[in-house]
Design a protein around this ligand. Structure first.
Ligand SMILES: [Zn+2]
Ligand SMILES: [Zn+2]
Length: 365
């Protein structure tokens, strides 16, 4: 089967022929119908995350498809089920997993094959790393059932794919992590695919003002379609003052979805007394958090929290978001900006780097 393999950090994806092992135990083999081009994969292709010494690498984690075959211990899924895949790896038996926090699992590697077992990916003489336990830039994936959620057949595959990362990360940050309440004020710094989903989550939670912030005004109209009530160009000299004026001194919840020290600083500056700053953006490995006088922490009573995958329990949240989409209450259609073939991945990532598209999805191989 065809897969887009990365052989050097910062290099291009190369279309190669590989194959997958048969599913064993809790594994599920899936026919990939759609896989999104998430910014985290671009980041990983340059900086490697923990996989820096594990090239060649098969990235891609925002996947939807149809179950082909299941391992002998799988009870939840059967052949023919439409599913969305997530990169959240959870063992299912540690304390965080058993108390509703699988995104804080202590043993995420338990869902991978052990080093003494044959690998899932079979390639000619090469051992290929399956990034995040998924490896979705391929015609098929072989994953642990804990990384899968069922989606209704009525949800188109590109929309279902985005549920697995962009939606749960963005909407979950507002609903699960920040626990936005009706009437709260919210700011979202960065209006890419995840930022738009933060807006969706804030709207579902009943937020009063939702302020979309970016340096590309072309994104403002799209942000309004997702529920932004106001938009601010952060390059304006009086951007901070505008937001403080709009909210009577700062927002209740501010989400940083870019991953830059400057935008983290902005997020802190526009968060009001007792508010929360949520860091979702992926920073470069050598980036530093902006230093500010600690005395300000006491007077402002702000909290700053890192957010991983929208504090999501995929078995509960993905079917919930799918239902909200089918009820017309969650905008997924405007997230899918372009559908491409696997061999167009390099050009599409170059476009994504320019910040031009909400989400590009590979739908043919
Ligand atoms: Zn992602
Ligand atoms: Zn666990």
């Amino acid at each position: 089967m065809k897969a887009a393999i990365l052989r050097e950090l910062g290099g291009k994806f190369i279309i190669e022929d590989i194959s997958l092992a048969e599913p064993i135990g809790h594994e599920v083999l899936i026919d990939v119908k759609a896989v999104g081009l998430c910014h985290s994969d671009l980041h990983a292709s340059r900086f490697g995350f923990e996989y820096v010494n594990s090239l060649p690498l098969l990235l891609g984690h925002e996947v939807a498809g149809v179950v082909i075959k299941v391992g002998s211990d799988v009870a939840e899924f059967r052949a023919g089920d439409p599913v969305a895949v997530s990169l959240i790896r959870s063992c299912g038996h540690c304390v965080p997993c058993r108390t509703g926090r699988p995104y804080q699992c202590k043993y995420p590697d338990d869902v991978l094959r052990r080093p003494d077992e044959p690998g899932r990916i079979i390639a000619d003489g090469d051992s290929i790393t399956q990034a995040f336990g998924v490896g979705g830039f391929a015609e098929r994936v072989l994953v642990h059932e804990n990384q899968l959620a069922k989606v209704p057949t009525e949800v188109p595959f590109p929309q279902a794919a985005i549920l697995g990362c962009g939606v749960i990360t963005g909407a979950g940050s507002a609903i699960n992590t920040a626990k936005v309440r009706p009437g709260d004020t919210v700011a979202v710094v960065g209006l890419g695919g995840v930022g738009l989903n933060v807006i969706s989550g804030a709207r579902l939670a009943g937020a009063g003002k939702i302020i979309g912030i970016d340096i590309q005004p072309v994104k403002f109209e799209l942000a309004r379609r997702f529920g932004a009530t106001d938009t601010v160009d952060s390059r304006d000299a009086d951007a901070v003052k505008t937001i403080l004026d709009l909210t009577g001194g700062g927002v209740d919840h501010c989400f940083e979805v870019i991953g830059l020290s400057e935008t983290a600083r902005l997020a802190i500056d526009i968060t009001g007394v007792g508010g929360g700053v949520y860091i979702i953006g992926v920073f470069k490995p050598d980036a530093q958090f902006p230093i500010f006088p600690p005395i300000d922490m006491i007077g402002s009573q702000r909290k700053i929290q890192g957010v991983y995958m929208g504090s999501t329990d995929i078995k509960h949240d993905i079917p919930m978001y799918a239902r909200l989409y089918l009820e017309g209450r969650l905008n997924l259609d405007d997230l899918v900006s372009r559908e491409i073939r696997l061999d167009e991945i390099n050009e599409a990532y170059a476009d994504l780097d320019q910040g031009g598209f909400a989400r590009t999805v590979i739908t043919s191989f």
